[in-house]
Structure formats: structure tokens, C-alpha cells
Design a protein. Sequence first.
Length: 316
Amino acid sequence: MTGYQSSSASRVASRACALALGGMIVGAMAPAIAAEDYRPDPNQTAIEADGGESFFGSAMDYVANNTYGRLGVLHFHYYGSSTDLHVDNATGLAAQAFGPGGSDLDGTGSSAGNKTSLGGVIGLYLPKTNHHLAVEVLLAPPLKLDFQVSGDAVDQSLAPTALNGANGQTIPTGVPPLGRNIGTFKALPPNFTLVYRPWVDTMVEPYIGAGAMYLYTYDTDVNNTVLNELGEPELYLNKPVACVGQLGADLNLPNNMFLNADVKYIGCADVESRVNDIQVNSPTLSPTFGPVDVGSVSSTNEFRAVIYQVSFGMRF
């Protein structure tokens, strides 16, 4: 427990914060919160937990007086690896360019862009741990990230030639490279971590944590000009649960304020991506044979990312 004394203004703010936090975690925490865990300030009146309603009030008061929050700048940096792009089932002209059936496009892959945004954390010290243990929830607005291709897919045509000419030579398709960005998607990655602080009465409080993140994505959009020339394909991303490792430190300031630096590693998850209904125009072949119906192209990412965060915080 820190040596800083809460002011009455902080207690008022804490109750407002508790209403937001309590709905998420007080139900899970309530069995562990006994009446003796709540130690009111001299100007507060103790609430006896002798009934359902008073127990709930005591639990809410515990949350209000054992909560902290921080707000600052968040940077999401992705550095995962990917399998080669895979054409699932090429037919027609696409089979002439990629080979019939499924085939891998060597030297290619997929990735996600980086993003800087505002980000915050709400934490709750666990009962009977003297502030050594806490649970934290990362809060951030939806991150709009770029869905990208990598390797040869960026600056080389994936189907430079197709068919056989009269003398056995291939015919250039004129299909241009895709470029790096294929589309966008929004990520709303809720994550929960359990944090351990070995020292809680020092000016600098380091901590370590572990938890899980649900890689929830939505609102996908393919906006690549080559892929959209004959109609917009559909981007699909699965939504696995990833593991989270956390390191950070608080620098304590007067009046229950503190500065924070935090790093979260996210991994242990495979993200499958698929772009469906792909049709591309071949300037040399499409006027005669029609569009090249590629169908679906997929890849699997070994998801690895780091979230860096610098924040200003307040204990309530």
C-alpha cells in the first residue's frame, strides 16, 4: 500500500470510476471481499455486511477505494510471421497463371500495420493482498489497422504470365503488383491481466503480469485498387484468444498520482486470413477471355505484437 493519503475529491471521483468498473468485475470478486477488507478513511462510515444489500454496498465501497486508472499514449507494433499466400482452388485462366487447384505463392505473406492511439487502464487491487496483486483491464478506442501483404506480393505481379503461345512461349498477363496495403479492419482487443507488485511502498513500483486477450476484429474492408477493379472481394479474419505477458513500473507522485511505463507482449495465437471472391483484370487476356477468377487466397499468421504505453495515473 502506498503512503499517500486520499483526498475527499479523490474519493468522489473513485465512486464514479467504480460504477464503470464494478459492473465488469465486482460480481466475480464479491465472494472474496469480506467486510473486514474495507477500511474506511476517518471521515467515512463503515458499512456492516450483514445482509445482501449491505454486502453489495460494502463490496462497491471496496472497489471505489481500491481502484486505480491511467491514461496515455498507446503504440501497437506488429511483428508476427506468416505462411505463404495460398491460392485455394484456381480454375480457368487462374489455373493457367497459378497452376490448377491449390498452390502456394512462394516468397509472399500477409501482415498487419502498426498504430498509435490513446489508451487507458483500469485496475483493482485484490482483497487481502496489501496491494501486491491487482487485476487490470486495457481500455482503448477501436484500432483501425491495415491488412497488408508482404514479400514478393508487394512489388511483383503474382500472375505475370499465363497460357502457352503458338510456339510454346507464355503470354504476359499485364496484371500489376498489389502494393502493400490490401484493406483495413478494426480491432477491439479486450484483455485482462493479473499483476504482481513485489514492492508497494517505494517511489518506484515495478510489476509483472500475465493474462489473455481476445483478438476480436470486425468491419473488414478491401480497398486495394487492383483487387477492386472488377468488384470488391471479402476479407475474413478468425478471432482467437492470445496470451499476454506484461512488464511495467509506476513512478509515484504526491496526492495518489503516478507516472507509468508499460509493455505488453501478445502471442500464442494463429490468425487465419482469407480474401474471397477475387477477380482481377488481365489487360492482355481479359478482353478475349474475360476476367481472371482467382477465387480465394488465404494465409495464417503466427500473431506476435507488442503494445507500448506511457501514461499518467491516479489511485482512488
